[in-house]
Design a protein around this ligand. Sequence first.
Ligand code: ADP
Length: 489
Amino acid sequence: MKPIKVLIATPEAIPFAKTGGLADVTGALPKVLKGLGCDVRLIMPFYRQIQESGEKNEIKDAGIQVSVPLGFRELNVPVFQSSANNVPAYFLKRDEYYDRKYLYTMPDGDYFDNAERFILFSRAVIEAIKKLNFKPDIIHCHDWQTGLISTFLKTIYKNDPFFADTKTLFTIHNIAYQGQFPKSHFQLTGLPPDVFTPDGVEFWGNMNLLKAGIVFSDIVTTVSEKYSKEIQTPEFGYGLEGVLQAKKGNLFGVLNGVDYDDWSPEKDKFIIAKYDYKDLSGKAKCREDLLKEYKLSLPDDAPVIGIISRLADQKGFDILSEAMENLMAMNLGMVVLGTGEKKYHELFEGLAKKYPKKLGVKITFDNKIAHKIEAGSDMFLMPSKYEPCGLNQIYSLKYGTIPIVRATGGLDDTIQDYDAKTGAGNGFKFKEYSSAALVKKIKDALCIFADRKEWKKLAQKAMQQDFSWEMSAKRYVELYERLLTKGIQ
Ligand code: ADP
């Protein structure tokens, strides 16, 4: 059989540009798909970060440019290229839109022209691959920024022979981020007016780009089985539950995998001592190093709880804030790495001043420190209100850093509550979204931590679990094949 040609269209991917888990996914998935025999390429905007990483990533001019309609204008978009893990990557350059400090959001809010930026990107993807003469069997789109790609293909390009055999798969990484814009922006798309209806891109009078991706793509996936069910309910669907229910037959949950080349204590290039499940002595050194990094002083019998997160309500910072005084009275230490809402910056920095020996807070985005936290912590806390998949709890397992999570989305799918009687389970999990439930679960974890032999056994078991990309990527290939052979239901 001929290799399946897959184009990954994404607003971010490592090693080029990252704001969160999406970049980890679109960075790792292409190389595994390639290993499974697909002919994969990646396409994304040419952000400032990518320009600045030019030397490291060997970025070259691809020697082509495309003319892209945007409202009443035609914009020239030059294409640049590089590769990562032997997967070709293309970058669409338009400096007034992408040569900026941040990808989508500044500390005080979203860029005012995000609609324009990503309408242009979606249309330019289509024009660029035509010009590159890469005729994909599948365009695998990620999040609202790519929502219009399938919409264009099903409307403006529906009779274009180049795309006659192209199918689209759209992955939702977080349904709360929908790319909603006032109706006035619709004219920028150049789409026929009948697309602006409740069956199309219209959503309560606005244009909704995530909805566009859901409605017009052939298959929709999201990043865990549990989340694929949750988003069909009013509690988690953010108004799109009905649209998703209508798509039910073509909606699937595919759990994200982990790239263990980047995230394992055996290979991690950022940590002071490597270790594995057979010999955990390196982990103790990593803990010392982490405490030094955060200038904390803790007795040996106090566990370090790590947090790496966007500081947002979604991640459970409201219930955590309520619980902090209670937690600081316990025999434990805590290290926090994150950026996000200002109220949490201030709150956590204030608490760190109050508890300088026990609580360390760094308000920054720093990959190296993230790795040090995974290796040096004893426990990892994710009390999320909702969590489509979550990656850090899965990284934590590999580092023998036991996750304490709330039972939602991917956290619920990957973590089983520890049962001291049977030894079953790989972490600690609470159901109710409240600071009381969170505190109680941390107390449970502290009890088990006190028995160092039992804790070590639990850590060793966690470290041997396998969430590598192989399985998830195979599932995507199955879905691609289903689209190419059986079509959609
Ligand atoms: P999100 O909802 O933010 O995408 P995920 O758990 O899916 O959450 O992925 C978050 C990714 O971003 C992980 O790789 C995590 O280590 C990383 N990350 C989040 N905040 C920071 C930070 N402040 N510094 C470094 N890495 C971070």
